[in-house]
Ligand binder design. Structure first.
Ligand SMILES: NC(=O)c1ccc[n+]([C@@H]2O[C@H](COP(=O)([O-])OP(=O)(O)OC[C@H]3O[C@@H](n4cnc5c(N)ncnc54)[C@H](OP(=O)(O)O)[C@@H]3O)[C@@H](O)[C@H]2O)c1
Length: 320
């Protein structure tokens, strides 16, 4: 990465050849099989000024699935598939203590980077923290993405009315017809405030916010008294340094709303029940999911920026 402006663009990325590295004691050499295009990475990409504290030589590090090609750790065998944080490269060396052997039940394995991985866990944990009750109404933004899609399906299974917002009619049709949400609204069309009110005739009890200020602002007038907002993500802002504005900010007080930001990693005690529920949902067929896979490391920068702009349905991935 090289930083030029406050907003990431394709010119900030470069592809360069790397020398293969041999693993030392405690390490393994992995071939990267799949890379997750995670929205939060944009924040770290933009803080790159030449000496990123975690990224050493400036190569992007992200969540990947790798296959062990050589190992100097008894914890890993050649052929194991692992979840790791590694460089966006075809090969990398990783510390065996820092990787997780992939659960063989996960089919296809790429789901471990999405609905049966951190995205699904985030959905389950965030919903759990909101204490959803049957009969309530939940509104979730980025509803076709790996977090939002699972939030909505888990909430439906618990007897809530579920409304999503997404970019474009194709995504909204998928959210309604395939994922089974009660309604999905295209946030790119006008009058979102009025359309949310119509889709949530009894008001919104829980807002699961994945996008940020514009999306939250449009939801506030429909929130019920003592409503809860789970602030999960800021997809609209990771690659944007514009000041944020909330026209309906006062409603937070007037409606005695609780707004809670949460970081999934701080709730690791909930990962086991979350994964159990996600496996059950996949096995029983009531958690539906999609992936958009782009081939070739050279296409990763454009695919990443496209993902931030909303292109593609479900988890966005690179197959190097
Ligand atoms: N709190 C945590 O610990 C934690 C953990 C994991 C993920 N997260 C966050 O959870 C959120 C969802 O993650 P994900 O992987 O499922 O993301 P995602 O849905 O795959 O991607 C983000 C989506 O946000 C939407 N978006 C972007 N800019 C927008 C804008 N200006 N207005 C409205 N929508 C916009 C786009 O979808 P549309 O085309 O539908 O608009 C885009 O595809 C992200 O913000 C992520 O950072 C948080």
């Amino acid at each position: 990465m090289r930083r030029r402006t406050d907003r990431l663009s394709i010119e900030d990325f470069m592809l360069r050849p790397v020398e293969p590295i041999a693993p030392v004691a405690g390490q393994a050499l992995i071939a990267t099989r799949m890379i997750a295009l995670d929205p939060y990475l944009a924040r770290a990409m933009k803080s790159w000024t030449g000496e990123h504290p975690d990224w050493g030589d400036g190569t992007i590090h992200g969540r990947v699935i790798g296959e062990v090609l050589a190992t100097r750790s008894p914890a890993l065998a050649v052929g194991d598939h692992v979840l790791a944080v590694a460089r966006w490269q075809a090969f990398d060396v990783v510390d065996a203590a820092q990787v997780e052997i992939l659960d063989s039940r996960i089919d296809p394995p790429s789901l471990a980077l999405g609905v049966v991985g951190r995205s699904g866990i985030t959905a389950w944990v965030g919903l759990h923290l909101a204490a959803p009750q049957s009969g309530e109404t939940l509104l979730v933004s980025a509803a076709s993405g790996p977090v939002g899609s699972v939030v909505g399906q888990l909430a439906k299974a618990r007897g809530l009315r579920v409304v999503g917002t997404a970019g474009g009619e194709e995504k909204c049709a998928y959210v309604r017809d395939t994922l089974g949400f009660d309604a999905c609204l295209d946030h790119r069309l006008p009058d979102l405030v009025e359309r949310i009110a119509a889709a949530a005739p009894h008001g919104v009890d829980i807002l699961f916010e994945n996008v940020g200020a514009p999306s939250l602002d449009a939801a506030l007038p429909a929130m019920n008294r003592h409503g809860r907002i789970q602030l999960c993500g800021l997809a609209a802002h990771y690659n944007d340094e514009q000041p944020m504005a909330l026209r309906h900010f006062k409603e937070l007080l007037y409606r005695a709303i609780t707004l809670r930001g949460f970081i999934t990693a701080e709730h690791s005690h909930l990962f086991a029940p979350a994964l159990a529920a996600l496996h059950a949902g996949i096995d029983e067929g009531w958690i539906r999911h999609s992936e958009t896979i782009v081939d070739g490391l050279e296409n990763a920068p454009a695919a990443y920026l496209d993902m931030l702009k909303g292109q593609g349905i479900g988890k966005r991935l690179i197959r190097p």
